[in-house]
Design a protein. Sequence first.
Length: 148
Amino acid sequence: MVRIALIAASILVLPLAALLFLQWPLRDLVQAYSRQSNDIAQIVFAVYMAVAVTAASRAGIHLAAGRSGAQRQAPWRKWAMLACVGPWAAFMLWTASVPVLASLRQFERFSETATPGFFLIKLALWLMLVLILADALCGLRRRPGTSA
């Protein structure tokens, strides 16, 4: 299930690239909507990155000191990872809840354009933290040498 979600989210690179590319023609030729294109690209990027952090960790290619994807992890390392990541993710979820919920309640807009959707960027923070916490928990069940 998690693997399917990660693969589906990888497709977000295509609309992100298209939206970022469209900014110049919209600004120079159409002379309108380039900021709205940027706003939508920011939302897509936030969701993409929220998922990409966990995807990179699961694949063993996330930047980490002294760790490669091919190494087998000792069981105690999985518990140590959960002991470090779990409290951090839970704390971040708790402290981010007030601003995220306030943003969601008012459907916060982008400040420069008043385009609705800024609240989606804040929701992406929650998504990232939930995925990181779930990955740490699922890491306990993973067999050594597997990435998913």
